[in-house]
Write a new protein. Structure first.
Lengths: 382, 448
């Protein structure tokens, strides 16, 4: 209780110190009940390039057996349809799929066709057509255009959210609370420094709202907390989560097994944190590109092109694999080595942005995801 | 910023006082490259011993519970066995030595230079085989070569057990090599791609997937195993036979091809531009003036990548000293090390600093990708990170309240570059600890 009072006193001090709090704070009173009930979006970025063909294998493809000869995995895989199955580690995702709450997008990629992680991530987060043309993120521009708030569960602001006054960052802290008197003095000291005062003001407000929140350890804990933030009527409406380690050049079977269990648990924790808001939430899981269709010489896969994305949520029109499957025979592979991308990942981002931010298609196509075409597939149930 | 403050804070690790460099800041910087102080490496283990230790740790971890080797981070190695304890002590010692050197060296700009290259040729302990190799890579490959030629530095950084393991070349086998024909294993192109993209030419410099694959073929055979006595070496049985063609040039089969390729990559115009851009961004400002980058790149080409010539081109150019360059936001390790240096406080607990850095977004020795730590303000400055930095300043001030009088110190360390606002906050603090915390939280100290 005392902590609470101190925090509030600190906040008053901050307020008295001058007009350095940002206009749009990550936590603020919702405009209306409609807003409190409005849609939520969680984007989960898997850095390093998830192997789409391992997460969602295609045993029904005639060329599959020759390409990937992992019999153990094939035996244990969870069936999706006549062509596709799901990695056995993704049991929660598979259950969501059977309950029609998960949509699998396969043979998808951003417009990027080279194989640099860094360029590919830049492009996927900036939302442009070529890397390093845009220096803000597609979510950042959408947030800014719609005056909405978002939180990234990261220490640094991810590129995807840059460009928005309403975007902030948060990670748990399990140490003693900081001296509020010092905080107000620092706030005053930062007054002449626009960048530092904006970031510091945001952090103070956020800390007060989060009140030492802690979803638990690890990536799953972060996801649970992200869900709780979004479930809070006064909380942000968009959350960003990310995890690295997907660059499986070596010993992929074992490593990916562990990583996918972690991802599956994390998404389950996110759902738990969201509670009833799951029905208002769309979760997009994406990665910068796929991996080579064949295994390399060290039981791993090298950088590739087409891969997989997941869209989940209580109202998602799931239970299907959204794909224009290019096939896996030698001649069907991109440059003879990778799954060929046939769906622009941005084509599913367009309706997600439309639904989440209520922006016009023309605005999205000019400013948010320039040049992107919307998928004709309907992503949500009525 | 005035030249003395630029020399001290932007190029170095923050001196306690500007008095020694006030007269000739540029000379103070350039002289450091004439005789960079060496780090004492006595008693630090070499990479051969580090690999033996790694093997023991992984073996006991494997025996303790059924896990696969290859992808286990340090904190998931099972119970604290004697070999794990040795590993931990070894890593702490390597890190302690490196950090203490940055804090106490008479040539801090030269030390920043070394750390720039260590980050350029990033290796990380993000997989099992790398748990003991990050620091040996730095003091065996980077440090001794950081003031010679780029080509020699490149070779030392790449042909080292740490890099060969980190980017998987140790397991890459030529498909038509003797070993490749006998086994199912084969090519791994991880090192080949990053050699072109991150170490030398930069992305979009004109190489193709075919060049990457051919580079991977050329690199086969370079490995570390019992046959090479735990060192980086060439094993002919793993080498892809036949010539390779990379960027239009043919390389004959054999170990000599690697030297030829590294030589050609070092001489490629794209390499000079790529390196010059990274250097100017790291030392001067996030978006460095094109004329400065071009000047450094030209010196790179004209001197065939002489690193001393690069340093004097960069720190000798007026644009590097321009007061209108927007300041850099310190990376967390720069922040913490410069606090110790400015306050002349020995490092003390390495573990505490590691913990602090992690909460600011920098997990020591665990850069998230082979690209190393990013180098722009937006990569480090966010609400959460800034709050963690102020919390660190709070604790640091508290722990070291008797180390310095922040009021006098701030004046000595920044001179006229201390803003009125920071000065008055520091002067009016309610305690010595708080004054110190405010000095460390100040925009002047968070930036460089």
């Amino acid at each position: 209780m005392q902590t609470t009072l101190t925090r509030r006193a600190g906040l008053r001090l901050l307020g008295a110190a001058g007009a350095f709090l940002p206009l749009r704070m990550v936590f603020a009173a919702p405009a209306s009940t409609r807003e409190a009930e409005g849609p939520r979006l969680v984007v989960v970025m898997l850095r390093g390039a998830l192997d789409g063909l391992a997460a969602v294998p295609a045993p029904g493809d005639p060329a599959w057996a020759a390409l990937r000869t992992d019999e153990d995995a094939a035996a244990a895989a969870l069936p999706l349809d006549a062509t596709f199955s799901m990695h056995p580690a993704l049991s929660n995702l598979h259950r969501w799929y059977t309950r029609k709450e998960l949509l699998v997008v396969h043979a998808t990629a951003s417009p990027y066709r080279e194989r640099s992680h860094f360029d590919a991530q830049q492009l996927l987060e900036s939302g442009g057509e070529r890397p390093f043309v845009l220096s803000t993120g597609w979510l950042g521009r959408a947030l800014q255009a719609s005056d909405k708030r978002a939180i990234a569960i990261t220490a640094a602001m991810p590129l995807a959210l840059r460009g928005a006054d309403g975007a902030s960052t948060w990670t748990p802290d399990r140490r003693r609370p900081v001296d509020q008197d010092l905080m107000s003095r620092v706030a005053q000291m930062y007054r002449g420094d626009a960048q530092l005062s904006a970031a510091f003001g945001e952090a103070a407000v956020q800390e007060d709202m989060a009140m030492g929140a802690d979803g638990g350890p690890g990536f799953a804990g972060q996801a649970r907390q992200a869900g709780a933030f979004l479930a809070d009527p006064k909380g942000p409406r968009v959350a960003w989560l990310e995890a690295g380690g997907w660059d499986t050049h070596v010993n992929q079977h074992a490593r990916l097994g562990r990583l996918l269990v972690g991802l599956d648990d994390t998404l389950a924790a996110l759902r738990e944190g969201l509670g009833a808001q799951w029905s208002n939430t769309t979760v997009l899981v994406m990665t910068e590109f796929g991996r080579s269709a064949r295994f390399n010489g060290s039981g791993g896969t090298d950088h590739g092109t087409g891969g997989v994305a997941f869209i989940a949520g209580g109202r998602v029109a799931g239970g299907t694999v959204l794909t224009d499957w290019p096939g896996l025979a030698g001649g069907q592979l991109f440059e003879g080595r990778d799954l060929k991308p046939t769906i622009d990942l941005r084509s599913v981002m367009v309706p997600i942005v439309q639904r989440q931010f209520g922006l016009d298609l023309s605005q999205i196509q000019s400013n948010i995801l320039p040049g992107a075409v919307a998928t004709r597939h309907v992503l949500w149930r009525a | 910023m005035k030249p003395a403050a630029i020399a001290s804070h932007r190029f170095g690790y923050s001196e306690s006082s500007l008095s020694a460099l006030q007269a000739d800041p540029r000379g103070w910087v350039l002289d450091q490259f004439k005789q960079p102080a060496a780090m004492d490496t006595g008693g630090l283990i070499d990479s051969v011993a580090a690999l033996q230790l790694t093997r023991e740790v992984l073996k006991t971890a494997l025996a303790a519970k059924p896990v696969e080797s290859g992808g286990k981070p340090d904190d998931d190695l099972g119970p604290m066995t004697p070999s794990r304890l040795t590993l931990r002590k070894t890593n702490v010692k390597g890190l302690q030595r490196r950090w203490q050197h940055a804090i106490a060296t008479p040539t801090p700009v030269a030390e920043r230079w070394v750390n720039f290259w260590a980050n350029h040729f990033c290796v990380a302990s993000t997989k099992g085989t790398m748990i003991a190799l990050v620091w040996p890579h730095e003091y065996e490959a980077i440090r001794p070569n950081a003031f010679g030629s780029f080509k020699e530095l490149l070779r030392a950084a790449v042909v080292h057990p740490a890099m060969l393991l980190y980017l998987d070349n140790a397991q890459s086998i030529g498909p038509q090599s003797r070993a490749g024909k006998l086994r199912e294993k084969g090519l791994n192109e991880n090192l080949a791609r990053e050699l072109l993209e991150l170490h030398t030419l930069g992305v979009n410099s004109g190489y193709t997937q075919q060049d990457v694959t051919q580079t991977a073929h050329l690199l086969t055979g370079w490995t570390v195993n019992p046959q090479t006595a735990g060192k980086a070496g060439f094993v002919p049985a793993l080498h892809q036979p036949g010539p390779k063609t990379i960027l239009g040039k043919r390389y004959a089969e054999g170990p000599q091809a690697l030297d030829q390729l590294l030589d050609d990559l070092s001489r490629h115009p794209a390499c000079a531009s790529f390196v010059a851009t990274k250097l100017a961004r790291h030392f001067v400002t996030d978006d460095p003036p094109a004329a400065l980058v071009e000047w450094v790149a030209r010196r790179f080409r004209d001197s065939s990548g002489d690193l001393m010539a690069l340093a004097s081109a960069l720190f000798g150019h007026d644009l590097a000293w321009s007061p209108s360059n927007p300041p850099k936001f310190k990376r967390p390790d720069e922040l913490v090390l410069s606090a110790h240096r400015m306050l002349k406080i020995p490092l003390g607990s390495v573990e505490r600093a590691v913990f602090e850095l992690k909460s600011m977004g920098q997990a020591v020795a665990q850069a998230p990708s082979p690209q190393g730590w990013p180098d722009r303000a937006e990569d480090w400055l966010s609400a959460d990170a800034l709050r963690k930095r102020v919390q660190w300043a709070d604790r640091f001030g508290d722990l070291n309240r008797h180390a310095a009088d922040a009021r006098g110190l701030a004046h000595l360390a920044w001179g006229e570059d201390l803003s009125q606002s920071s000065r008055s906050q520091i002067d009016n603090a309610d305690s010595g600890a708080q004054a110190l915390a405010l000095a460390l939280a100040s925009p002047e100290f968070q930036r460089r």
